[in-house]
Design a protein around this ligand. Structure first.
Ligand SMILES: [Zn+2]
Length: 349
């Protein structure tokens, strides 16, 4: 219900925004920099659940880029680092693109569009997934859910129930329970896959989900930038403080060393609003800049850059950005132009 009300009011805001000139709203906001984040391309994932996500089609992504080229100046990673760390100026209305999760779609579908328009971007990788070695635990859940029939679930009920109980997971409806398995219990997914004769390795051999090292090397040679995105994409709210540090630093270090990079950058997996100042202090000396995905405002951590999610808005980039500018104005009126963060680590578990 709450979501319906939210969507309803968003539709009215969009109607209102359609009446306002993009240039006017952009000029009024006077933002030096916008960073926009994407993941994939519509309808091409081998995981049908992930395909239900709202992504841009190739044409739509190209349209976004043409729009951005018209209204903004694309800046390089080096300019971004100098802007954040040395206080160097950027042209007013600069823009930078990032792509999270290191999916193979980036190479086959997104890279050609970027090359065509001669713009670079930064890509954030989960080292354990590179070369298609490991499947993310949420994808594993989807694979099991799609592969197992209700008849098999009934036939093996005592076995999966025993497995789940052994891992202290309350088992009732199989599919509901499967869907609710948290990151820290995710090793059980391999046992469930084995129980139902699902070969995850075979699935990975037949479906290229993630970028290969060779593709990454080629992209680096073409001028694209890469950084860490945690080792295997947990929800940071569900892991301990030391795991947050390890996931962050190990992925930064792996990408830097594996590809011999002269810089180190990182994007938090999922939402970063609960990440503590304590965590930023612990990782500060190991990377130049980090990225979140909370919108257009500044962050209390100077080297942390917030990004805008245009992809899942489902509307044109013109409208999606006008909406973000409006949000930025409203946050300003409420005295919340800068995103605050908890001082110390807190967990939601
Ligand atoms: Zn991600």
């Amino acid at each position: 219900m709450k979501k319906k009300v939210k969507n309803f009011s968003k539709a009215w805001v969009y109607k209102f925004l359609k009446l306002i000139s993009f240039k006017k709203i952009r000029e009024k906001a006077k933002r030096e920099l916008l960073v926009i984040n994407y993941h994939s391309i519509l309808g091409i994932d081998t995981d049908p659940r992930i395909n239900k996500n709202i992504y841009r089609s190739e044409d739509e992504l190209e349209r976004d880029i043409i729009f951005l080229k018209k209204h903004y100046d694309f800046v390089s990673l080096l300019e971004l680092i100098k802007y954040k760390l040395q206080g160097e100026n950027l042209p007013l209305n600069s823009v930078f693109l990032t792509f999270d999760d290191g999916l193979a779609a980036v190479y086959h579908k997104i890279r050609p569009i970027l090359l065509k328009h001669q713009i670079s971007a930064a890509f954030f990788l989960n080292p354990l997934f590179v070369d298609n070695k490991v499947l993310h635990y949420q994808r594993k859940k989807n694979l099991i859910a799609q592969s197992v029939s209700a008849i098999e679930v009934d036939a093996k009920q005592s076995m999966w129930k025993a497995l789940l109980t052994e891992h202290e997971i309350e088992a009732d409806d199989f599919f509901v329970t499967l869907n609710s398995i948290a990151y820290n219990k995710s090793p059980i997914l391999d046992e469930l896959a084995t129980l139902f004769n699902i070969d995850v390795k075979q699935y990975l051999a037949e479906n290229q989900i993630y970028l290969s090292s060779q593709q990454i090397e080629k992209m680096i040679s073409e001028g694209f930038w890469f950084g860490g995105h945690s080792m295997d994409h947990p929800k940071y709210d569900e892991i301990s403080f030391s795991e947050q540090i390890n996931q962050t630093l190990d992925s930064i270090d792996w990408v830097k060393k594996r590809f011999g990079l002269s810089y180190a950058i990182f994007a938090f997996p999922l939402r970063d609003h609960n990440m503590s100042i304590q965590l930023f202090e612990a990782i500060a000396s190991k990377c130049e800049i980090t990225f979140g995905v909370m919108g257009m405002g500044n962050d209390i951590i100077n080297s942390h850059i917030q990004r805008i999610d245009v992809e899942s808005s489902g509307v044109s980039i013109n409208l999606a950005l006008k909406f973000e500018y409006l949000k930025y104005f409203v946050q300003g009126l409420m005295g919340r132009k800068t995103y605050e963060r908890p001082k110390k680590y807190k967990t939601l578990l």
